[in-house]
Design a binder for this molecule. Structure first.
Ligand code: AMP
Ligand code: MG
Length: 337
């Protein structure tokens, strides 16, 4: 298949492809999404095929303005309205009971649906012009780091999808926060740029799923099916190192094998005796979120590296989301110093 590279102003071309059942990678403020008409089963199936995504991992449905939600969910509850007023448009996804027009293919067989109103103006224009809600998971091959730049989408999906809209780098850099409103107490299923602290200010109570930062137990069924799968991982083995800056640097320099690399902060690079890739500055959690996936892809481009030792991020604010992605990339492999 020939993949067209579109400009930000080509929203009508993108919308026409989507209307006719095609796949278009679109920019959002979180990461690039691989969009299809959420009401068209065939189009939705082709998302799973292009990404190699397991079919029980449900998709997020994107809308361009709030009133479009009434078609998609059984009830837009008062608590959901409160969250929408506080964080939409933006990087927050809500899980609500689905209406009958949402195909099982989108919800992975569940009776709920994930909905988001993104902030990115190009994403919203494309949704509006296509005239339908868009199912859009991240526009990468399943399991690999999510795409924050067009070059990432090209490297994973060129030739497999109809078009890619190039609108530069995604500002947030990590996927949306996911909150389930189908549980008795609202539950955080995936951390993101909307932090637990911000959610609690609006909701009062918020449960945080233990599987955000811990591996699932054997045979445990997660509330969010995506949690079962290995995610965000480069090809080289990632190990997280928990400890102070000096301990981290000493640990790596002691090994200093030629097949070892470091995924660290800007401030560490001058002290490390191995090839190093930075994922931001130590005190700038937003920059770490923006850079993480690009840095994981850069690590894969280093020659002859078997293992990369990653500096452990902080766990407050958006740092929890950075840690959640990195610990999955590492397959929960953590060394505490
Ligand atoms: P992605 O499409 O890669 O951004 O991932 C979407 C995430 O939302 C996955 O972890 C899914 O498991 C989760 N998700 C989507 N729909 C639902 C749903 N109805 N219930 C629970 N989790 C969901
Ligand atoms: Mg994804």
């Amino acid at each position: 298949m020939k993949t067209q590279i579109l400009l930000p102003e080509d929203t009508k071309v993108a919308a026409d492809i989507l209307k006719s059942g095609g796949l278009v990678a679109i920019p959002t403020e979180t990461v690039y999404g691989l969009a299809a008409n959420a009401l068209d089963k065939k189009a939705v199936e082709s998302i799973f095929k292009a990404k190699g995504r397991p079919c029980d991992n449900p998709l997020i449905v994107h809308i361009s303005q709030i009133d479009e939600i009434y078609n998609i969910v059984k009830e837009f509850s008062p608590i959901a309205k409160k969250l929408a007023a506080a964080f939409w448009p933006g990087p927050l996804t809500m899980i609500l009971k689905k209406s009958d027009i949402i195909p099982q293919e989108v919800s992975g067989g569940l009776d709920s649906v994930a909905v988001r109103l993104p902030q990115h103006p190009i994403a919203r224009r494309i949704i509006k012009e296509s005239g339908c809600p868009l199912a859009a998971p991240s526009a990468n091959l399943s399991g690999s780091p999510s795409p924050t730049k067009v070059e990432h989408v090209i490297s994973d999906l060129y030739g497999k999808i109809d078009a890619i809209v190039d609108a530069g780098t995604c500002g947030v850099g990590l996927e949306s926060t996911v909150v389930s409103l189908c549980t008795d107490v609202p539950r955080l299923l995936r951390p993101g740029a909307v932090t637990p602290e911000q959610l609690r200010e609006v909701l009062g109570k918020l449960d945080v799923d233990v599987s955000l930062v811990n591996p699932l137990k054997k045979n445990e069924k997660p509330l969010s099916p995506g949690m079962k799968y290995k995610h965000y991982a480069p090809k080289v083995r990632v190990v997280i190192i928990k400890g102070k800056k000096e301990q981290y640097i000493n640990y790596i320099n002691k090994i200093a094998d030629k097949h070892v690399a470091a995924l660290c902060y800007d401030e560490d690079i001058d002290y490390l005796h191995v090839p190093s890739v930075s994922y931001g500055k130590e005190d700038d959690l937003n920059l770490q979120a923006e850079m993480l996936f690009d840095s994981l892809r850069k690590v894969d481009k280093l020659k002859d590296i078997d293992v990369v030792y990653a500096r452990c991020p902080r766990m407050d604010g958006i740092g929890l989301a950075v840690y959640n992605r990195l610990i999955r990339a590492a397959g929960f492999n953590v060394v505490e110093l």
